[in-house]
Ligand binder design. Sequence first.
Ligand code: DQA
Length: 148
Amino acid sequence: MSRLLLLNGPNLNLLGNREPDLYGTVTLESIEQRCRALATELGHELDAMQSNAEHELVHRVQAAAAEGVGAIVINPAAFTHTSVALRDALTAVGIPFIEVHLSNVHGREGFRRRSYFSAVAAGVISGLGPLGYELAIRAADALLRGDA
Ligand code: DQA
């Protein structure tokens, strides 16, 4: 049994209503529930947090190290393209993480193609909608079992 942490960045609290053509109609609450159920099925415990504030996400990542979190699944949202601080927090704690995006960031505006996270992520999933989070939980499980 390992502890997994699911983190979501700014504006993802609006999922369900936010630009449904891009991000779909599934709410964040439902994504978190599905991920928690899947983590439990795989024998893990999942904690989830969303914040619109960069420093809160940095604090949460730092706390994860003390809690013995084994892997992080993160959609940094707009911080993907701006946050050296959040990237540094992840590399500082050294917890393997998987970067997830609902939309395909490579098929959108040029500024979304640059991620501060991808180069240091264990893997990146982009463009598969809410399914991407479930695939990331499965990937985290495989990583923890030394299978990925
Ligand atoms: C996003 C893509 C980002 O570019 C954007 O700022 C988001 C959501 C996604 O899940 O597709 O807020 O991370």
